[in-house]
Design a protein around this ligand. Structure first.
Ligand SMILES: Nc1ncnc2c1ncn2[C@@H]1O[C@H](COP(=O)(O)OP(=O)(O)O)[C@@H](O)[C@H]1O
Ligand SMILES: [Mg+2]
Length: 251
């Protein structure tokens, strides 16, 4: 089944078309990577999918529902979650608190109910904590859960961000250059984590510069160049594509 469908998407910033007439579909339960030179429009595409930006034209369908222009929190509630190119961790909070922030988007309690601490609110808080613990466990961070995030090394902070994005139990996870700044060991661990995320039933949309990682774990790869689709297909085919080699891989 198709989980995400993008049709004739465009985003213009003044005179610059950051995304031009882009159409593609992402089937369920695969790792789908988006590659392309710096400035190709990868992060812009993520910002369009999550409704941080409104498209100039075109439409986006998620789980067969048109989501173009919906507010970001509604898209998150439908089951789309993301990690950011620049680390977005609250350094003044503990590890588990950082992850609990990710679950609160599912929270139903109103302000008044929370203020007078209704039993339903207390139950919900316990549930949120449980979901956060589960996500931390999945990412191998259980032993750090009560430590201040500020004390964690960079590699673990990146995993923490992944844990937070998983805590809301998304159907689709968007990861923007998760391996940036990681050493070889950390990159290998991340690779395993992304594979396990996919195996757990979450479709992964991955933007990544590390070609070894991309070619190893993706079932499909889309190449963006100046905001346009240059090629799309299985990794073996992309690696051989002369247009891709000329524009990108040959660099
Ligand atoms: N908010 C913005 N305002 C103006 N230009 C932008 C904005 N965001 C991105 N761009 C431009 O759009 C192009 C694509 O950027 P980006 O999506 O960040 O590329 P990538 O993530 O592939 O490196 C670049 O030329 C960038 O300068
Ligand atoms: Mg980017």
């Amino acid at each position: 089944m198709t989980l995400l469908k993008v049709k004739n998407l465009e985003k213009q910033f003044g005179g610059l078309k950051a995304i031009s007439d882009l159409s593609f579909s992402v089937p369920e339960n695969i790792i789908f990577s988006i590659i392309g030179p710096n400035g190709a429009g990868k992060t812009t595409l993520f910002n369009l999918l999550t409704s941080i930006y409104k498209p100039s034209t075109g439409s986006i369908f998620f789980k067969d529902k048109e989501i173009t222009g919906l507010p970001p929190f509604k898209i998150a509630r439908l089951g789309m979650s993301r990690t950011f190119q620049n680390l977005q961790v609250f350094l003044n909070m503990s590890t588990i608190e950082n992850v609990m922030v990710g679950c609160h988007l599912r929270s139903k309690a109103g302000l008044l109910a929370s203020a007078i601490r209704l039993p339903s609110v207390i139950r919900e808080e316990k549930e949120v904590r449980r979901m956060a613990e589960e996500a931390l466990h999945f990412c191998g961070l259980s032993e750090y859960k009560d430590r201040p995030a500020a004390g964690l090394p960079y590699g673990l902070l990146k995993k923490l961000e992944v844990a937070r994005s998983l805590a809301s139990r998304p159907k689709l996870l968007l990861m923007d250059e998760p391996a940036a700044g990681l050493n070889d060991t950390e990159t290998r661990e991340l690779c395993q984590l992304i594979k396990r995320i996919c195996e757990s039933g979450i479709t992964v949309l991955l933007v990544e510069h590390n070609m070894t990682l991309v070619m190893e774990i993706s079932q499909r790869v889309l190449v963006l160049n100046y905001g346009r689709l240059l090629a799309e297909g299985p990794p073996e085919q992309i690696q051989k594509n002369p247009d891709v080699i000329a524009a990108y891989l040959g660099e």
